[in-house]
Unconditional design. Structure first.
Length: 279
């Protein structure tokens, strides 16, 4: 579906632009600063336009810098502002590689059951990126993993630095899961989990666990910061329980408020600041 663009009517925010979405799974529109994705520049770009979009100068100044011999393309001097280059070409200004400023995208999804947390799947199974479709032109990717049957909060972004921090255990990113089990959990087992179970890949450190409020004894809430594969499921399997449903309801300060299952939203500036604050 065509990815349209319109100027926001608030005159106090002229540097803002709204984009899409036109995907019914999205709950809002993307509001972003007027930077560009590399794909926005096309496959055949004037050198001066490319340099200007790298945030170091205006288009007119780019002409001057190029004529002064300060710009190289693929290691060779380029002194004609109008020459055409490709997005894959390496451009240098004063010896340093420059690239267009990238529009940072931050998406929060309430992942549905039966979807793979990956950008593509060789077996043809539905992925979280299939839910977004062509709604985002930038190449975003899921941060961390939720297994196929696990539901709940998932962040997708093209901010590599943030993704690395959210995924690394040293940043102690808080995650809370709602777990429904095949039978009531005895108090002694809750205590064992609090103290930390020794699994095949080491001790499973849990930050908190208790029965879910106003629910049966087979439903618990568990808080963790470790990111080991299938850790919540393995904790309960170790004690002889089967996880019937697993839902991530809190992630790094974010919640599922006003975000139905299977839907996603573009995070606003306040949420992005909060997310970065938590790490």
């Amino acid at each position: 579906m065509e990815y349209r663009r319109r100027k926001q009517q608030n005159t106090h925010k002229k540097d803002k632009t709204t984009y899409g979405p036109f995907n019914p799974r999205a709950t809002n529109r993307l509001l972003t600063k007027d930077t560009v994705a590399l794909s926005d520049l096309g496959d055949d770009i004037r050198l001066n336009k490319y340099v200007a979009h790298c945030g170091i100068c205006s288009r007119r100044k780019a002409d001057e810098y190029i004529k002064q011999g300060l710009v190289k393309v693929n290691g060779k001097l380029a002194n004609e502002p109008g020459i055409r280059i490709k997005p894959t070409d390496e451009v240098q200004y004063k010896g340093a590689i420059i690239k267009p400023e990238v529009r940072r995208i931050y998406v929060l999804m309430n992942k549905p059951k039966g979807t793979i947390t990956t950008s593509s799947d060789e077996k043809g199974r539905k992925t979280v990126m299939d839910l977004i479709g062509t709604d985002v032109k930038e190449r975003i990717f899921p941060v961390g993993r939720l297994d196929r049957e696990t539901t709940g909060l998932l962040v997708l972004t093209n901010d590599g630095d943030l993704a690395k921090k959210l995924s690394h255990p040293s940043y102690n990113v808080k995650k809370i899961y709602h777990v429904i089990l095949d039978k009531p959990v005895v108090k002694n087992d809750l205590q064992k989990i609090r103290e930390g179970l020794n699994l095949e890949d080491g001790k499973a450190i849990v930050d908190g666990i208790d029965y879910a409020r106003n629910k049966g004894k087979n439903e618990v809430g568990i808080e963790i910061h470790i990111g080991k594969n299938r850790i919540v499921r393995r904790i309960f399997e170790h004690l002889g329980y089967e996880v019937i449903k697993l839902d991530r309801m809190y992630y790094a300060g974010l919640t599922k408020k006003d975000l139905p299952r299977g839907r996603y939203k573009f995070m606003d500036e306040k949420e992005i600041i909060m997310l970065k604050h938590f790490i």
